[in-house]
Design a protein around this ligand. Structure first.
Ligand code: UDX
Length: 435
């Protein structure tokens, strides 16, 4: 079976590489020539554990190839995965221009019937619309059928999640399409759920939004813990023993970010609104998260009226550890505010610096070590729970900072470990540690 994959972002590239790794013949397509060149040479372009090794193996085995020539990629493909971006627009709706242009290129290129499989997260009903769009433009009676096969990969563990998924959702309208997808996934050991296409599209949104809701709920409880003297770590541990709740995604912090939760909550809310059925719980999750991203600034304001000439150390820039992605990261909500207020910022991140420099090339000082970042700082903000931060010697705060006020947005340290270390330590949903 010849498989083409449109888009070499997180979804497309990881999907293509993992299918090739399982022995399929895969051609990955992108409009970005430079990216395709780099991929051909074995450079994975994105920072993702295990991807480089898989890529090298597949290139050596000749199971994967890369091209910018869509006609070449699509003309005789049996299955075409679509993994291009579906960014959000200002009003929360989804920008489908990349999906539409892939659809038009498929219609223009196909010389035989094929299955087009949407991996990207798309609004409900998109499979129907894209199927009509392609079929009304194909030549010589060529017909496609659409399938919805959402991905659930998380950045940093994308390869692992794709090779060992907890479920494979097969959203199809015919037995023929199901057969092709069953064949593609035959060597994947995971429950396969065959559903209607609309259900598959909804499963993706409903899953992501549920997780976002869970995080916002726990963040609200954490904020209440601070007011009542309860400890969020103890509370979530107690909650997590209940199998109906589960212990994952109960980590309180300074809000969720990334390429999915913020976008998918806004999109589902928008889709429900235009159908006259507002999803109030999802709206609440979005609002709570926006507030939560600024929670460390609010805490800092208890000690500083403004941040003019205040020396600030920032540890962690990315939206979570294990990725260089900054999309919707709390650092990007807080740092602009601090800069506008006149703060002097030094920042450290093991892999996020290059991307952050694209937004702020000269406005802050980028440091190579945590220690250098802390030197002479009045406040330290922690936005990402990188292992280097969680495992650092907490005595470094008092040793290096001028006035050690540490605002930890990810609860990186156990309270007992930071006690008596000469810092004023404020975290999320836990008692402040003074001295
Ligand atoms: C997520 C989903 O996990 C994945 O299934 C989907 O396909 C894409 O979106 P990702 O955005 O890569 O993946 O990261 P994830 O690990 O889920 O974290 C998302 C955000 O939630 C991060 O900012 C993280 O810090 C935050 N988070 C996660 C919490 O604040 N608390 C938690 O308990 C878990």
């Amino acid at each position: 079976m010849k498989i083409a994959v449109a888009g070499t972002g997180y979804v497309g590239l990881v999907t293509g590489a993992c299918l090739a790794y399982k022995g399929h013949k895969v051609v990955c397509l992108d409009v970005d020539t430079n990216k395709i060149e780099r991929l051909r040479s074995g450079d994975p372009v994105i920072y993702e554990a295990g991807l480089e090794e898989i890529l090298h193996k597949c290139i050596a085995d000749k199971t994967i190839s890369f091209t910018t020539d869509y006609k070449e990629a699509y003309k005789d493909a049996d299955a075409i995965f679509v993994g291009v971006g579906t960014p959000d627009k200002k009003d929360g709706s989804v920008n489908l221009s990349y999906i539409n242009s892939v659809a038009d290129q498929i219609a223009e290129s196909l010389e035989k019937d094929a299955l087009v499989i949407i991996k990207s997260t798309v609004p409900l009903g998109t499979s129907d619309r894209i199927e009509s769009r392609i079929n009304s433009n194909t030549k010589n009676g060529v017909k496609v059928e659409l399938a919805s096969n959402p991905e659930f990969l998380a950045q940093g563990t994308a390869v692992q999640n794709t090779l060992h998924p907890n479920r494979i959702i097969i959203g199809v309208k015919s037995a023929k399409s199901e057969k092709i997808l069953q064949e593609i996934y035959k060597d994947f050991d995971a429950p396969k759920l065959v559903v209607k296409r609309h259900s598959a599209e909804m499963i993706k949104y409903a899953s992501n939004d549920f997780l976002a809701l869970k995080i916002s709920y726990v963040n609200e409880i954490a904020n209440l813990c601070e007011l009542t003297g309860a400890d969020i770590d103890e509370v979530t541990k107690g909650m997590g023993y209940d199998p109906r709740i589960g212990s994952s995604f109960l980590k309180a912090g300074t809000g969720y970010g990334g390429s999915c939760f913020p976008k998918d909550t806004k999109a589902l809310h928008w889709m429900s609104n235009i159908r006259g059925h507002e999803l109030k719980t999802v709206r609440a999750a979005i609002d709570v998260n926006e507030g939560q991203k600024l929670v460390l600034i609010k805490k800092a304001h208890h000690y500083f009226d403004n941040f003019k000439d205040v020396n600030i150390a920032v540890l962690g820039l990315t939206f979570k550890p294990g990725t260089d992605d900054l999309r919707e990261a709390p650092s990007l909500s807080c740092i602009p505010y601090l800069l506008d207020d006149g703060a002097k910022i030094k920042a450290w991140d093991p892999v996020g610096e290059a991307n952050f420099r694209k937004f702020y090339p000269n406005e802050l000082t980028y440091c190579k070590t945590i220690e250098e970042t802390l030197e002479e700082a009045d406040i330290c903000f922690i936005f990402t729970e990188w292992p280097e931060i969680c495992n650092m010697d907490v005595k470094e705060f008092a040793r290096r900072m001028k006035k050690p006020l540490v605002l930890d947005g990810r609860n990186c340290f156990k309270l007992k470990d930071i006690k008596d270390k000469g810092v004023l330590y404020l975290s999320i949903g836990r008692a402040p540690i003074k001295g």
